[in-house]
Design a protein around this ligand. Structure first.
Ligand code: ADP
Ligand code: MG
Length: 352
């Protein structure tokens, strides 16, 4: 008995040492497992960069269910389809078909019908600041096709084109899904098609895998597919309209952001900058702001309202800051000169 104690206590020591060795092994392998898991999760984002919608696009997507590359490629293909389908000039474009048959009912598919209808609804909502019938004016300034004929038109030419502008000249036949343009107006969907394409991109991702996450970007406009790694916000920089810096960061787990600015597509004559966002009430490029950034639930809204906000903010930015949140649009305005104004609701997205 007496002799047994030491050996007993020896056994005890061995056991404890075993426990320690075992737990450190366990902890070690757990750590390695965790690290592997994290690396795997990080690796899962597939990124595709290309050109579509008249700009550079980036698709960043992850899925546990299907190869994310399949999703990204399907999205890119759809973006290319939308690019020509709603182009102002492409021979395959349904917009061109409508414009080329004035005063005639043109039968269209559901997608076209609802997008043109949405465009006119945004025109109604913004008192015509957003107007999808600026086609003739854009043509006059050269802001169509490949931007080969950029020029400052004469006042008379602008007066004439203004007579053939106005969304009320787009007629809808709900029953037969037909559209007609009257009074020589031409439809241009450049202010909304990109947003629509981004919303479609998200739908496509979710049709492959309802739990897919990531985002799609086209020329700085972003649509969230789902939060980063399923739980974190994506951080989106707002570009300085007069430099390469980022002037603000926003954090989004869902929804969309779009910016309209005078710095992407413009030309300068005699020191005056002429850009592609036209004020439908004057026929000239909208003045008074450098950029308007909108956060909204969907990209179609963000896109259309950023164009509208750009036109309106130059006249009365205070009213825009107060009115737009009621339409679900949280906004940041960079006024001419660089002063920044934002809606109270925008601030909610400026932190994690
Ligand atoms: P971007 O395409 O650079 O993101 P916007 O979203 O503001 O910029 O869209 C600008 C485009 O919208 C123009 O190129 C033109 O096709 C069209 N557009 C210009 N002025 C208007 C307007 N007042 N209402 C609706 N669309 C417009
Ligand atoms: Mg827009």
């Amino acid at each position: 008995m007496h002799k047994m104690w030491p050996s007993d206590s020896n056994d005890h020591r061995v056991t404890r040492r075993n426990v320690i060795i075992f737990s450190s092994l366990l902890l070690g392998s757990l750590a390695i497992l965790l690290a592997l898991l994290l690396i795997r999760t990080k690796d899962q984002y597939y990124e595709l960069r290309d050109f579509a919608l008249g700009t550079s696009v980036r698709i960043v997507v992850s899925s546990q269910k299907i190869n994310p590359r399949t999703i990204a490629e399907a999205i890119l293909e759809d973006m290319k389809r939308i690019t020509y389908k709603f182009s102002f000039t492409d021979e395959r474009s349904v917009v061109k078909k409508i414009n080329d048959h004035p005063n005639e009912w043109v039968e269209v598919d559901e997608e076209t019908y609802s997008l043109i209808k949405a465009a006119c609804a945004f025109a109604e909502l913004t008192d015509g600041a957003f107007d999808p019938t600026v086609g003739r004016l854009l043509e006059l300034w050269g802001f169509t096709g490949n931007y080969e004929n950029l020029r400052v038109p004469s006042r008379e030419e602008i007066e004439e084109a203004l007579k053939h502008t106005g969304y009320k000249n787009v007629l809808f036949d709900d029953k037969n899904m037909r559209v007609m343009v009257k009074n020589g107006v031409k439809i241009d969907l450049g202010g909304i098609a990109k947003g629509y394409a981004l919303d479609r991109a998200r739908q496509i991702a979710l049709s492959f895998d309802e739990n897919a996450t990531g985002f799609v970007e086209a020329g700085g406009d972003v649509r969230i597919i789902g939060p980063k790694f399923g739980k974190y916000p994506w951080v989106i920089g707002v570009k300085d309209p007069r430099g390469d810096d980022v002037i603000d960061y926003i954090y989004l787990k869902s929804g969309a952001v779009a910016t309209s600015g005078d710095y992407e597509r413009y030309f300068v004559v005699d020191g005056v900058r002429y850009h592609h966002i036209l004020d439908p009430s004057t026929g000239y490029p909208a003045r008074g702001v450098w950029s308007v950034t909108i956060i909204a639930e969907d990209a179609t809204t963000a896109d259309a309202l950023s164009t509208a906000g750009f036109v309106m903010a130059g006249k009365d930015w205070r009213k825009v800051v107060l009115d737009f949140p009621n339409m679900g649009a949280h906004l940041l305005i960079v006024l001419e000169g660089g002063a920044i104004e934002r809606s109270e609701t925008f601030k909610l997205f400026e932190r994690e």
